[in-house]
Design a protein around this ligand. Structure first.
Ligand code: AMP
Ligand code: ZN
Ligand code: FE
Ligand code: FE
Length: 286
Protein backbone atom coordinates (compact mmCIF):
# COMPACT_ATOMS: atom_id res chain seq x y z
CA UNK A 1 0.00 0.00 0.00
CA UNK A 2 1.36 3.39 -0.98
CA UNK A 3 -0.29 6.36 0.73
CA UNK A 4 0.48 10.07 0.16
CA UNK A 5 -1.55 12.35 2.44
CA UNK A 6 -0.34 15.84 1.44
CA UNK A 7 -0.82 17.08 -2.15
CA UNK A 8 -1.79 20.40 -3.72
CA UNK A 9 -3.82 21.13 -6.87
CA UNK A 10 -4.75 24.26 -8.81
CA UNK A 11 -7.45 24.80 -6.16
CA UNK A 12 -4.52 26.41 -4.30
CA UNK A 13 -0.92 26.61 -5.52
CA UNK A 14 -0.28 23.31 -7.27
CA UNK A 15 -0.09 23.05 -11.07
CA UNK A 16 -2.26 19.91 -11.58
CA UNK A 17 -6.03 20.39 -11.64
CA UNK A 18 -7.77 18.20 -9.01
CA UNK A 19 -8.60 15.67 -11.77
CA UNK A 20 -5.00 15.69 -13.04
CA UNK A 21 -3.80 15.20 -9.46
CA UNK A 22 -5.90 12.02 -9.20
CA UNK A 23 -4.47 10.77 -12.52
CA UNK A 24 -0.91 11.59 -11.38
CA UNK A 25 -1.54 9.65 -8.17
CA UNK A 26 -2.79 6.68 -10.18
CA UNK A 27 0.23 6.78 -12.54
CA UNK A 28 2.58 6.93 -9.53
CA UNK A 29 1.03 3.69 -8.27
CA UNK A 30 -0.53 5.20 -5.15
CA UNK A 31 -3.38 3.35 -3.43
CA UNK A 32 -4.49 6.36 -1.36
CA UNK A 33 -4.02 10.07 -2.00
CA UNK A 34 -5.16 13.12 -0.06
CA UNK A 35 -5.99 16.45 -1.67
CA UNK A 36 -4.83 19.10 0.80
CA UNK A 37 -5.05 22.51 -0.82
CA UNK A 38 -4.19 25.54 1.28
CA UNK A 39 -7.23 26.91 3.13
CA UNK A 40 -9.84 25.61 0.70
CA UNK A 41 -11.95 22.56 -0.09
CA UNK A 42 -12.76 23.86 -3.59
CA UNK A 43 -10.99 20.92 -5.32
CA UNK A 44 -12.83 18.11 -3.51
CA UNK A 45 -15.75 17.58 -5.90
CA UNK A 46 -13.64 17.50 -9.05
CA UNK A 47 -11.10 15.16 -7.41
CA UNK A 48 -13.78 12.74 -6.21
CA UNK A 49 -15.36 12.62 -9.68
CA UNK A 50 -12.00 11.85 -11.31
CA UNK A 51 -10.85 8.99 -9.04
CA UNK A 52 -9.38 6.18 -11.17
CA UNK A 53 -10.46 2.63 -10.22
CA UNK A 54 -8.58 1.32 -7.18
CA UNK A 55 -7.45 4.74 -5.92
CA UNK A 56 -8.90 5.98 -2.63
CA UNK A 57 -9.28 9.70 -1.82
CA UNK A 58 -8.87 11.37 1.56
CA UNK A 59 -10.46 14.81 1.42
CA UNK A 60 -8.40 17.36 3.30
CA UNK A 61 -6.93 20.84 3.45
CA UNK A 62 -3.74 22.44 4.73
CA UNK A 63 -4.68 25.25 7.08
CA UNK A 64 -2.34 28.24 7.40
CA UNK A 65 -2.20 29.05 11.09
CA UNK A 66 -0.25 31.16 13.54
CA UNK A 67 1.07 29.92 16.87
CA UNK A 68 2.95 31.32 19.82
CA UNK A 69 6.50 30.04 19.41
CA UNK A 70 7.18 29.43 23.11
CA UNK A 71 9.80 32.20 23.15
CA UNK A 72 7.48 35.20 23.36
CA UNK A 73 6.99 35.47 19.58
CA UNK A 74 4.82 33.95 16.88
CA UNK A 75 5.39 31.65 13.96
CA UNK A 76 3.45 30.22 11.03
CA UNK A 77 2.19 26.68 11.51
CA UNK A 78 0.53 24.54 8.82
CA UNK A 79 -2.09 22.05 9.97
CA UNK A 80 -3.33 19.23 7.74
CA UNK A 81 -7.06 18.70 8.31
CA UNK A 82 -8.69 15.50 7.09
CA UNK A 83 -12.25 14.22 6.62
CA UNK A 84 -14.05 17.23 8.09
CA UNK A 85 -17.45 18.62 7.05
CA UNK A 86 -16.63 21.40 4.56
CA UNK A 87 -20.01 23.02 5.22
CA UNK A 88 -19.45 23.45 8.99
CA UNK A 89 -20.26 27.09 9.72
CA UNK A 90 -17.04 27.92 11.61
CA UNK A 91 -14.93 26.49 8.79
CA UNK A 92 -16.84 28.32 6.05
CA UNK A 93 -16.71 31.65 7.91
CA UNK A 94 -13.01 31.47 8.79
CA UNK A 95 -11.87 30.52 5.30
CA UNK A 96 -14.04 33.18 3.64
CA UNK A 97 -12.31 35.65 5.97
CA UNK A 98 -8.76 34.47 5.26
CA UNK A 99 -9.34 34.25 1.49
CA UNK A 100 -10.55 37.89 1.41
CA UNK A 101 -7.64 38.99 3.58
CA UNK A 102 -5.12 37.13 1.37
CA UNK A 103 -6.38 38.98 -1.72
CA UNK A 104 -5.86 42.36 -0.02
CA UNK A 105 -2.42 41.28 1.13
CA UNK A 106 -1.31 40.02 -2.31
CA UNK A 107 -2.62 43.25 -3.85
CA UNK A 108 -0.41 45.21 -1.41
CA UNK A 109 2.65 43.13 -2.31
CA UNK A 110 2.05 43.56 -6.06
CA UNK A 111 1.45 47.32 -5.62
CA UNK A 112 4.81 47.67 -3.86
CA UNK A 113 6.57 45.81 -6.67
CA UNK A 114 4.81 47.87 -9.36
CA UNK A 115 5.86 51.07 -7.55
CA UNK A 116 9.47 49.88 -7.86
CA UNK A 117 9.06 49.35 -11.60
CA UNK A 118 8.33 45.61 -11.78
CA UNK A 119 5.89 44.82 -14.62
CA UNK A 120 3.12 43.40 -12.41
CA UNK A 121 -0.38 44.86 -12.41
CA UNK A 122 -2.14 44.21 -9.07
CA UNK A 123 -5.60 44.38 -10.64
CA UNK A 124 -4.81 41.92 -13.47
CA UNK A 125 -3.08 39.59 -11.02
CA UNK A 126 -6.07 39.43 -8.64
CA UNK A 127 -8.62 39.24 -11.46
CA UNK A 128 -6.95 36.03 -12.69
CA UNK A 129 -7.30 34.26 -9.31
CA UNK A 130 -10.79 32.76 -8.76
CA UNK A 131 -12.53 33.85 -5.53
CA UNK A 132 -12.44 30.35 -4.04
CA UNK A 133 -8.69 29.98 -4.62
CA UNK A 134 -6.55 31.36 -1.77
CA UNK A 135 -4.35 34.06 -3.32
CA UNK A 136 -0.72 33.62 -2.37
CA UNK A 137 2.88 34.41 -3.17
CA UNK A 138 3.02 31.53 -5.70
CA UNK A 139 0.54 33.47 -7.91
CA UNK A 140 2.75 36.56 -7.79
CA UNK A 141 5.79 34.35 -8.45
CA UNK A 142 4.14 32.92 -11.58
CA UNK A 143 3.33 36.44 -12.81
CA UNK A 144 7.01 37.35 -12.38
CA UNK A 145 8.03 34.24 -14.34
CA UNK A 146 5.58 35.13 -17.16
CA UNK A 147 6.97 38.70 -17.24
CA UNK A 148 10.49 37.26 -17.66
CA UNK A 149 11.74 38.85 -14.41
CA UNK A 150 12.81 35.48 -12.97
CA UNK A 151 13.32 32.07 -14.51
CA UNK A 152 11.27 30.05 -12.01
CA UNK A 153 8.85 30.23 -9.11
CA UNK A 154 11.66 29.12 -6.80
CA UNK A 155 13.88 31.96 -8.01
CA UNK A 156 11.03 34.45 -7.44
CA UNK A 157 10.88 33.28 -3.83
CA UNK A 158 14.63 33.36 -3.24
CA UNK A 159 15.15 36.76 -4.85
CA UNK A 160 11.99 38.76 -4.26
CA UNK A 161 9.22 37.14 -2.22
CA UNK A 162 11.04 35.82 0.86
CA UNK A 163 10.04 37.13 4.28
CA UNK A 164 13.05 39.38 4.77
CA UNK A 165 12.47 42.30 2.43
CA UNK A 166 10.13 45.13 1.55
CA UNK A 167 7.77 43.22 -0.75
CA UNK A 168 6.68 40.63 1.78
CA UNK A 169 3.50 41.33 3.71
CA UNK A 170 2.42 38.80 6.35
CA UNK A 171 -1.08 37.32 6.05
CA UNK A 172 -3.59 37.36 8.94
CA UNK A 173 -3.69 33.70 9.85
CA UNK A 174 -6.01 31.46 11.86
CA UNK A 175 -4.94 30.82 15.48
CA UNK A 176 -3.79 27.20 15.50
CA UNK A 177 -5.85 26.23 18.58
CA UNK A 178 -8.98 27.61 16.86
CA UNK A 179 -8.17 25.63 13.71
CA UNK A 180 -7.79 22.37 15.67
CA UNK A 181 -11.04 23.03 17.56
CA UNK A 182 -13.06 23.92 14.46
CA UNK A 183 -11.86 20.84 12.53
CA UNK A 184 -12.60 18.55 15.48
CA UNK A 185 -16.09 20.09 15.80
CA UNK A 186 -16.56 19.47 12.07
CA UNK A 187 -15.77 15.74 12.56
CA UNK A 188 -12.22 15.91 11.22
CA UNK A 189 -8.69 15.00 12.23
CA UNK A 190 -5.65 17.31 12.47
CA UNK A 191 -1.99 16.59 11.76
CA UNK A 192 0.83 19.11 12.19
CA UNK A 193 2.41 19.62 8.74
CA UNK A 194 6.23 19.75 8.39
CA UNK A 195 6.44 20.86 12.04
CA UNK A 196 10.23 20.95 12.32
CA UNK A 197 11.12 22.20 8.82
CA UNK A 198 13.66 24.64 10.24
CA UNK A 199 14.91 25.66 6.79
CA UNK A 200 11.53 27.30 6.11
CA UNK A 201 11.99 29.78 8.95
CA UNK A 202 11.01 29.91 12.62
CA UNK A 203 9.26 26.73 13.75
CA UNK A 204 7.57 25.69 16.96
CA UNK A 205 9.30 23.58 19.62
CA UNK A 206 8.40 20.44 21.56
CA UNK A 207 6.62 22.39 24.32
CA UNK A 208 4.32 24.03 21.78
CA UNK A 209 3.57 20.65 20.18
CA UNK A 210 2.63 19.37 23.65
CA UNK A 211 0.26 22.32 24.05
CA UNK A 212 -1.35 21.62 20.66
CA UNK A 213 -1.81 17.98 21.68
CA UNK A 214 -3.61 19.17 24.83
CA UNK A 215 -5.85 21.19 22.51
CA UNK A 216 -6.71 18.18 20.40
CA UNK A 217 -3.98 17.73 17.75
CA UNK A 218 -4.16 14.14 16.47
CA UNK A 219 -0.86 13.67 14.70
CA UNK A 220 2.42 14.89 13.24
CA UNK A 221 3.83 14.65 9.73
CA UNK A 222 7.30 13.13 10.10
CA UNK A 223 8.49 12.04 6.66
CA UNK A 224 8.42 15.27 4.66
CA UNK A 225 10.95 16.48 2.06
CA UNK A 226 11.82 19.52 4.22
CA UNK A 227 12.67 17.42 7.31
CA UNK A 228 16.26 16.34 7.88
CA UNK A 229 17.03 13.16 9.86
CA UNK A 230 17.32 15.06 13.14
CA UNK A 231 13.88 16.67 12.71
CA UNK A 232 12.39 13.26 11.90
CA UNK A 233 13.97 11.71 14.99
CA UNK A 234 12.76 14.53 17.26
CA UNK A 235 9.22 14.29 15.90
CA UNK A 236 9.26 10.49 16.23
CA UNK A 237 10.06 10.76 19.95
CA UNK A 238 7.36 13.39 20.42
CA UNK A 239 4.85 11.14 18.67
CA UNK A 240 5.68 8.22 20.98
CA UNK A 241 5.51 10.47 24.06
CA UNK A 242 2.08 11.88 23.14
CA UNK A 243 0.66 8.80 21.38
CA UNK A 244 0.19 10.63 18.06
CA UNK A 245 -0.70 9.46 14.58
CA UNK A 246 2.40 9.83 12.37
CA UNK A 247 2.35 10.46 8.63
CA UNK A 248 4.73 10.82 5.69
CA UNK A 249 3.87 12.69 2.49
CA UNK A 250 5.36 14.44 -0.51
CA UNK A 251 3.68 17.89 -0.27
CA UNK A 252 3.42 17.61 -4.07
CA UNK A 253 2.79 20.92 -5.89
CA UNK A 254 3.11 19.76 -9.53
CA UNK A 255 5.80 21.75 -11.33
CA UNK A 256 5.78 24.56 -8.71
CA UNK A 257 8.14 22.34 -6.70
CA UNK A 258 10.52 19.56 -7.71
CA UNK A 259 9.22 16.81 -5.37
CA UNK A 260 7.41 13.89 -7.06
CA UNK A 261 4.02 12.68 -5.87
CA UNK A 262 4.51 9.66 -3.58
CA UNK A 263 8.11 10.67 -2.77
CA UNK A 264 7.27 10.13 0.93
CA UNK A 265 4.48 7.89 2.22
CA UNK A 266 2.32 7.02 5.25
CA UNK A 267 1.97 3.57 6.87
CA UNK A 268 -1.44 1.86 6.32
CA UNK A 269 -2.01 1.51 10.11
CA UNK A 270 -1.73 5.27 10.45
CA UNK A 271 -4.32 5.86 7.73
CA UNK A 272 -6.61 3.49 9.66
CA UNK A 273 -6.00 5.54 12.82
CA UNK A 274 -6.99 8.74 10.97
CA UNK A 275 -10.15 7.12 9.60
CA UNK A 276 -11.05 5.86 13.09
CA UNK A 277 -10.62 9.29 14.66
CA UNK A 278 -12.80 10.98 12.02
CA UNK A 279 -16.38 11.07 13.22
CA UNK A 280 -18.07 12.13 9.99
CA UNK A 281 -16.95 11.74 6.39
CA UNK A 282 -15.27 8.60 5.11
CA UNK A 283 -12.50 7.89 2.61
CA UNK A 284 -13.84 7.71 -0.95
CA UNK A 285 -13.16 4.73 -3.22
CA UNK A 286 -12.49 5.08 -6.93
P1 AMP B 1 1.94 32.62 1.15
O1 AMP B 1 0.96 31.78 1.91
O2 AMP B 1 1.26 33.50 0.16
O3 AMP B 1 2.86 33.37 2.05
O4 AMP B 1 2.82 31.65 0.26
C1 AMP B 1 3.33 30.49 0.83
C2 AMP B 1 3.30 29.40 -0.22
O5 AMP B 1 4.39 29.56 -1.07
C3 AMP B 1 3.40 28.02 0.39
O6 AMP B 1 2.26 27.32 0.01
C4 AMP B 1 4.58 27.36 -0.25
O7 AMP B 1 4.18 26.15 -0.83
C5 AMP B 1 5.02 28.30 -1.32
N1 AMP B 1 6.46 28.51 -1.19
C6 AMP B 1 7.12 28.98 -0.12
N2 AMP B 1 8.45 29.06 -0.35
C7 AMP B 1 8.63 28.63 -1.63
C8 AMP B 1 9.76 28.44 -2.47
N3 AMP B 1 11.00 28.75 -2.04
N4 AMP B 1 9.58 27.97 -3.71
C9 AMP B 1 8.34 27.67 -4.16
N5 AMP B 1 7.21 27.81 -3.41
C10 AMP B 1 7.35 28.27 -2.16
ZN1 ZN C 1 1.70 25.38 -1.22
FE1 FE D 1 2.81 23.72 4.24
FE1 FE E 1 1.67 21.80 1.61
Amino acid sequence: MRIDLHCHSTASDGTDSPAELMRAAGRAGLDVVAITDHDTTAGWTEAAAALPPGLRLVRGAELTCVSEDGRGGHCTVHVLAYLFDPAAEAVVTEYARTRAERRTRLHTMATRMAADGYPVDPHTLLAAIPDDVPAGRPHLAQALVRAGIVGSVTEAFTKLLHGRDGYYVPSDKTAVRDAIAMIKAAGGVTVLAHGFAHRRGPTINAAVVADLVRHGLDGVEIDHPDHDEQSRDELRSLAVKHDLVVTGSSDYHGTNKTIAIGAETTAPAMLDAIAERATGAKILEG
